[in-house]
Write a protein that binds this ligand. Structure first.
Ligand code: ZN
Length: 222
């Protein structure tokens, strides 16, 4: 009988873990890609898939076919025609540029974007160097953040931008409202906001599991 109760407790703990993980994840950010004249070229979607991974999806059209450097930049400002306003690559760890650089790379570095003939498609990548949650590698901080597409391929080793040439498109990234301070909770951060829900949820699961275990135990005693 004790075995059964233990089993129920293990299941409850597993459910609690799964629940807290899924609540910590799921934060999102979006952006609209524009060219130097402000013409829309597509959308950017970021999702925190777990505590350490962010998934990037870029749906684009009317980009020049070929290989292009694409990076997260440190300032959320896209002013044409050169997009210098977006500043350098997001680099909270003070590394050199490039995924293949022994001293690299920047947290904002990504694999090249390969645009097919026709100029439209979907680019996806995952990064464990950036986060949408609070912490040292939080991408969208006080200065915001941008995703910038360059004219040429990124060689992934030449500092500071892999010889990827001019910046041809730019998207200001904005965190979804869930990632903003919740005014209703006295400016509580998103993490304590999550905690606010996790604690009662855990308690509920433990209570339910405990009661379930007791009922089963009593039935078996009869
Ligand atoms: Zn870089």
């Amino acid at each position: 009988m004790k075995k059964l109760v233990s089993l129920v407790m293990v299941i409850a703990m597993f459910m609690t873990f799964t629940l807290s993980t899924s609540l910590a994840a799921g934060q999102t950010a979006t952006g609209e890609i524009k060219d130097k004249d402000g013409k829309a070229l597509g959308t950017v979607n970021l999702t925190q898939t777990n505590d350490s991974t962010v998934r990037l999806e870029v749906k684009y059209n009317n980009l020049p076919p070929g290989t292009h450097g694409i990076h997260f930049h440190a300032v959320g400002k896209c002013e044409g025609p050169d997009f210098a306003s977006a500043a350098g690559h997001f680099n909270p760890t003070s590394h050199k540029h490039g995924l293949d650089n022994p001293d690299g790379g920047h947290a904002g570095d990504l694999p090249n974007l390969v645009v097919p003939a026709g100029g439209s498609g979907t680019f996806t990548a995952t990064s464990q160097q950036i986060s949408l949650m609070d912490g040292p590698n939080k991408l969208i901080g006080q200065n915001g953040a941008a995703l910038v597409i360059h004219a040429n391929a990124d060689d992934q080793k030449t500092d500071p931008a892999g010889n990827s040439g001019a910046r041809i498109a730019c998207a200001v990234l904005s965190a979804a409202p869930a990632n903003l301070p919740a005014s209703g909770l006295g400016g509580a951060s998103s993490s304590s906001n999550n905690l606010f829900w996790i604690l009662p949820a855990c308690l509920g699961i433990f209570l339910a599991a405990g009661l379930g275990g007791l009922v089963i135990a009593r039935r078996n005693l009869r």
